[in-house]
Design a protein around this ligand. Structure first.
Ligand SMILES: Cc1ncc(COP(=O)(O)O)c(C=O)c1O
Length: 377
């Protein structure tokens, strides 16, 4: 790509993301249908359609919609009856670890791989104790974990694997959807995600029996009109959100293509900039370009926080995902595994990382201007 750096002209403010919204008039017929049928929730027609459409789009067999990804994580753990200790990453959004606490499970934090910033399989075994029952890795920024190595450890120690796949909508490796790995995978359809239903999420299930149990758990534990078998939660997605998801699916390929262009623009314009490293993908066959993380190294003239402030002063609101680490929050910091000495790679990454704006409506000119602000001291 031969690209000239444009003059810095930034339409302000630019946030790290902007939700993708189809034209409003396209949504009206969906609303009309809901108004006509008067079914608002509890597995209505749009809910059923979206589950089917997402299975087809993502290339998975069974999927249970949720009102958000966090309730999906909480329910995934409950569905598999996970107890005791679960090995997870400190380098994620706090909901990953919160889902463990909501189930009375002790998180055990393990450091990440310096290239992918995903859970480092080489460090997992040392953290396994007789209480360990599962591993909860995160496909951070939509870059797949080392699923083979993780599964091998899980098989050796008889552990379950629940992937927090909140960032991994549409991502594929050489064998197909990354969502097929582990016992369960959980997606988020939050407003900031590649595919959004305002709020929403889903659990990818391996079989119909597991989906049925999950469907019961997200509906208070009801198995029929009068029988409740578990303390389930209300995790149901409403018809409005499901209808919106159906509309969003029509636009998703265009949105992903646009993200790819922005990703390529940043990479091209930042590649010669001393002290700036663009995180590489993890070898995925199909990426989703959900985030654009850069690492600000010591040989860049500004500290990460000074660059963050410089962008802010120019109306660009980058975000330091993931800083602070989950292990820095008060409900986790007292755990032995949360100690910084145990997490040198995650600690260093969280001090260097910054995610640049990336969303379908960001223009190439805007992305170029942001890159130029970083490139020109
Ligand atoms: C890695 C990760 N896990 C879980 C969640 C929680 O998803 P939700 O906001 O849909 O509850 C998010 C994002 O919000 C996330 O980024």
């Amino acid at each position: 790509m031969n690209m000239r750096l444009p003059d810095v002209v930034v339409q302000k403010p630019i946030y790290v993301t902007q939700p993708a919204l189809p034209p409003l008039e396209e949504f009206i017929p969906y609303l009309q249908e809901i108004w006509d049928k008067k079914i608002l929730t509890n597995g209505g027609p749009f809910h059923q359609q979206l589950e089917k459409a997402l299975c087809d789009y993502l290339g998975v067999k069974h999927l249970a919609l949720f009102s958000n990804g966090t309730l999906g994580l909480v329910t995934a753990l409950q569905a598999l009856r996970i107890t005791g200790e679960v090995i997870t990453t400190p380098y994620s959004f706090v909901a990953t670890a919160h889902s463990l606490l909501w189930n009375g499970i002790k998180p055990v934090f393990v450091d990440v791989d310096p290239n992918t910033l995903n859970l480092d399989p080489a460090k997992i075994e040392a953290a396994i104790t007789p209480q360990t029952t599962a591993i909860m890795p995160v496909h951070c920024y939509g870059h797949p974990c080392d699923t083979k190595a993780i599964q091998k450890i899980a098989d050796n120690y008889n552990l379950r694997v629940i992937y927090d796949a909140a960032h991994a909508f549409g991502v594929k490796d050489e064998g197909g959807s990354v969502l097929r790995h582990g016992d369960l995978s959980v997606l988020s359809f939050h407003a900031t995600k590649v595919f959004n239903t305002f709020e929403g999420g889903a659990i990818i299930c391996p079989d119909a029996k597991t989906k049925l149990r999950i469907d019961q758990l997200k509906n208070f534990g009801f198995v029929d009109e009068t029988t409740v078998v578990a303390p389930g939660i209300n995790g149901k997605m409403s018809e409005i959100n499901a209808a919106f998801g159906m509309l969003q699916l029509k636009h998703i390929d265009a949105a992903l293509a646009r993200r790819k262009e922005i990703d390529a623009t940043y990479r091209e314009l930042l590649k010669g900039v001393k002290g700036i490293r663009c995180l590489q993908d993890a070898g995925e066959a199909v990426a989703n370009y959900s985030y654009f993380p850069i690492l600000v190294d010591a040989d860049y003239p500004l500290s990460r926080d000074d660059l963050y402030q410089k962008l802010k002063d120019n109306g660009i609101f980058a975000r330091r995902y993931f800083y602070p680490l989950i292990t820095d929050f008060p409900m986790y910091r007292g755990l032995p595994s949360a100690h910084r000495d145990n997490l040198p790679v995650a600690t260093a990454a969280s001090q260097k990382v910054m995610c640049l704006p990336i969303y379908p409506n960001l223009t190439i000119n805007q992305a170029s201007s942001i890159a130029q602000l970083i490139a020109v001291q």
